[in-house]
Design a protein around this ligand. Structure first.
Ligand code: NBG
Length: 841
């Protein structure tokens, strides 16, 4: 590795002396503090100071400062004792932390200079960091954006999650298509987490319910594992407030090792509980096809809920002793628990249990406290994603909780019978327990709705659909329980830090950088949308980002792409409802037409680079086939000398937060083309729009609101609307669907074998026939294809008008203010949590 002077920087520079200085602000001091950590918080043997050693030492120097702010925040919250929010989520997609921390603390300049003194560029060091990928997709990244906003808005709030040893799998692409390999963020260690050895709670599994002489009940026996807290600091932007993401790790105690058995040579048996504890946090989303897999997932969910609630209650108690006894009825005015989807639903019966069995509250009192404390966010209407747990599994793992759930259900059903005779025939769908003898299950979403004071969807359309369909009957019982909170994204990570070039231009034209925390100010760009000077600066920032992206693509895929071509990107989890298949069929059609053209005709077309990226769930076969198809199409198109000047197709491997930070700033067109009504919100659509990227999309999720904000003339709309979808599916069933010839041509082309010998039959079959599981084009690819292709033709036309395109791009950024997660979180704080800012003085 060469340093700034082109010399190898593998040892510590001797000119700068090691000096502990947690408050260092200035480059030389910071460099001294970095060296101090390299020397005295060693993780490597002493001689070498390569980029990796530099990363850890730099992170630790920054952590010094974060710890200070963090402690101040903790002390301040403790003193003021405000109501606090606890965000419970099985997923966080934090990505890298270094650039974000330096940026939020506004120390870019000094850190860059300090590292240069040590022979390194900041970017080079930042690139050494591994993503913390403790999540799947949008839901996990949303949680991370929310933490950034909570800290920035000085809200008293905590994130709670699990410390998975292996985050979301790494995707590699081989001849066979996608392969998964374990993720390794903790292979060495994470410099950001701090273990709190004093924060440990027992969490029980299995066992039985003991009935005491006074009639009270107690959960006893079974396995007890320990939940140990690892805290990750979440610095706010431009504020002292630094909050915590508390991740639980599962452990067994020393005394749980059976020494006798061990000495008998029965090693596995002796360490049984240790190994069962260890399984809990080994991976994110262990496969749940088997009974064992289901059990492990349920354990994970309960582990998160139980540890977090014990922690929350102990914080509530801490104050009790300080002030004399605190009343339980005050709990909801000190604590707001937000459940990120149904994964943390067990928080409900666990809070009930802790209140009743451990703290002696009666049912009514416990129910009042619980239902005033918890709120639930729904993130999907897809039936397969609405969790239903087998009752027998639940009785086995959580016998006391099942009693409580039964009681909640019984009381709820009774109230309906007593007060709403009109709903009598709806009871079987409204109840929490589905007692279908074939497969008795607990419907987690129903438990959430019945128990929460507030339920929200994540975009206006989605919230409307929840109220009109999924939860319609509940709305008639509790008309005021349902809200909308349109998702948002943090403008720090998703514009300021990932595209410093564009950010500087925005700051220059708005004459302020206040937009970073007040994103609505971006509307101030509208007045300059036609300004040639701004347009030319805008274009040069885009070009720089496109070049950077092109280098990245070449490095990871070997494909060289032309930075002057239109960069068209679709990145998200691979799912049939997101319709990557429609995208690639469109590309296939374009390729075929280009092949048929004469060279001079081709020259008149708009050169395009289509990039598609995303992970397919390991057992989702059709999604994996789509990945394979995109790769096969890329191989053929990119090596076709007649066409590859005009079209390139790249599958971007291992899509994650860091890859997104590279792709989004370099994008010009992005595709958000889900079947209307199926994408609850989408959040990458907001990131692209914020970065001046135009959207081709359906009227789905947050697209609807993005289009409203950026202006319909700046959005390439196509496709059926959500309210048409049921009728279209019906028409298809009735054999009334007439496919567009372009659609047939594209499919036929794949079947002809141009893209290789892989059997795409089963994938293409999903588009054929009129009914049947996995057939009949449930996602309406065929129906929407013609309007999609027409919209793509409009994109090409629009791109030819350079000025027109730049204007649209500027207007897109200018209209993205609404999608700041600061706005979203401010609404949650006011309208759901009832909490207020608590800034550290
Ligand atoms: C996802 C939706 C997205 C949405 C994110 C964040 C789940 C269950 N849902 O559309 O599919 O943007 O949640 O709300 O992951």
């Amino acid at each position: 590795m060469a340093n700034a002077n082109g010399k190898a920087a593998t040892s510590l520079p001797e000119k700068i002396s090691a000096k502990a200085n947690p408050e260092a602000n200035e480059a030389t001091e910071i460099a001294g503090n970095i060296i101090y950590h390299a020397k005295y918080s060693p993780h490597f043997s002493p001689l070498k100071f390569g980029p990796e050693q530099a990363l850890y030492a730099t992170a630790e120097s920054l952590r010094d400062r974060l710890i200070q702010l963090w402690n101040e925040t903790y002390v301040h919250f403790n003193k003021v004792d405000p109501k606090q929010t606890y965000y419970l989520s099985m997923e966080y997609l934090q990505g890298r932390a270094l650039t974000n921390a330096i940026g939020n603390l506004n120390l870019q300049g000094p850190y860059a200079d300090a590292l240069r003194k040590l022979g390194y560029e900041l970017e080079e060091i930042a690139e050494q960091e591994k993503d913390a990928a403790l999540g799947n997709g949008g839901l996990g990244r949303l949680a991370s954006c929310f933490l950034d906003s909570m800290a920035t808005l000085n809200l008293p709030a905590w994130g709670y999650g699990l410390r998975y040893r292996h985050g979301l799998f790494k995707q590699i692409i081989t001849k066979k298509g996608q392969e998964e390999i374990p993720e390794d963020w903790l292979e060495k260690f994470s410099p950001w987490e701090i273990v709190r050895h004093d924060v440990v709670f027992p969490v029980r599994f299995f066992g039985k319910v003991q009935i005491n002489p006074d009639g009270s009940r107690k959960w006893v026996g079974g396995d007890v594992v320990q939940a140990l807290a690892y805290d990750v600091p979440i610095p706010g932007y431009n504020t002292k407030n630094t909050i915590s993401l508390r991740l639980w790790e599962a452990k067994a105690r020393a005394e749980d090792l059976d020494l006798f058995q061990f000495n008998e040579g029965e090693y596995e048996l002796a360490a049984q509980l240790h190994s069962r504890a260890q399984q809990i946090c080994t991976v994110l989303y262990p496969g749940d096809a088997t009974e064992n897999g289901k059990l492990l997932r349920l354990k994970q969910q309960f582990f998160l809920c139980s540890a977090s609630l014990q922690d929350i209650i102990s914080r509530f108690h801490e104050r009790s002793t300080a002030e004399g006894s605190r009343k339980w009825s005050d709990f909801p005015s000190k604590v707001a628990v937000q459940m990120n989807d149904t994964h943390p639903t067990l928080a409900i019966p666990e809070l009930m249990r802790l209140l009743m069995d451990d703290n002696g509250l009666g049912w009514d009192e416990a129910w009042d406290v619980t239902s005033r404390t918890v709120a639930y966010t729904n993130h999907t209407v897809l039936p397969e994603a609405l969790e239903k747990w087998s009752q027998s599994l639940m009785w086995k793992l959580l016998p006391r909780h099942m009693e409580i759930i039964e009681e909640i259900d019984k009381r709820f059903v009774q109230t309906i019978r007593d007060t709403r005779v009109d709903l009598e025939d709806k009871i079987s769908s409204l109840s929490i327990l589905d007692n279908n003898p074939q497969k008795p299950v607990v419907r987690m979403a129903n438990l959430c709705v019945v128990s929460s004071h507030t339920v929200n969807g994540v975009a206006q359309l989605h919230s409307d659909i929840l109220k009109a369909e999924l939860f319609a009957d509940y709305v008639s019982i509790w008309p005021n329980k349902f809200q909308n909170k349109t998702n948002g994204i943090t403008p720090r990570r998703w514009l300021r830090f990932c595209s410093p070039e564009l950010s500087d231009i925005i700051t220059k034209w708005l004459k302020t950088d206040k937009w970073i925390t007040d994103l609505d100010l971006l509307t101030g760009l509208r007045q300059f949308a036609d300004n040639e000077e701004l347009q030319s600066e805008w274009a040069s920032a885009k070009t720089a980002n496109k070049k950077r992206l092109a280098q990245y693509i070449e490095r990871v895929t070997g494909v060289s792409i032309d930075p002057t071509s239109l960069f068209d990107i679709q990145v998200k989890r691979i799912h049939e409802y997101k319709r990557q298949l429609m995208n690639i069929l469109g590309v296939i059609y374009r390729f075929k037409k280009l092949k048929e053209m004469k060279p001079e005709e081709r020259k008149k077309t708009v050169p395009r680079t289509v990039m598609i990226g995303g992970k397919a769930f390991a057992t989702y076969t059709n999604a994996k086939r789509i990945v394979k198809l995109v790769n096969d199409v890329g191989d053929v198109v990119n090596s076709d000398p007649e066409v590859n000047e005009y079209l390139k197709v790249v599958f971007v491997p291992n899509y994650n937060v860091t890859v997104a930070e590279m792709l989004i700033p370099g994008s010009e067109l992005s595709q958000h083309i889900s079947t209307a009504g199926m994408e609850a919100s989408g959040t990458s659509n907001m990131k692209f729009a914020l970065n001046g990227c135009l959207i081709i999309g359906t009227l789905d999720g947050a697209n609807v609101e993005i289009r409203e904000e950026v202006g319909e003339e700046n959005f390439f709309l196509f496709g059926a609307t959500a309210d048409q979808v049921p009728r279209l599916r019906k028409e298809r069933e009735d054999g009334l669907f007439k496919p567009d010839p372009r659609f047939e041509e594209a499919k036929q082309f794949v079947k002809s074998g141009v893209f290789g010998s892989y059997d795409y039959g089963p994938l293409l079959d999903s588009l054929e026939g009129n009914t049947g599981f996995g057939r009949g084009d449930y996602f309406l690819v065929g129906y929407d294809f013609p309007s999609y292709m027409d919209a793509q033709a409009k994109v090409d036309e629009a791109y030819k008008d350079r000025k027109g395109w730049l204007k649209m791009s500027i207007l897109s950024t200018a209209g993205s203010g609404k999608f700041s997660s600061d706005r979203t979180i401010a609404q949650y704080a006011k309208e759901i949590w009832n909490i207020e800012a608590c800034p550290v003085p």
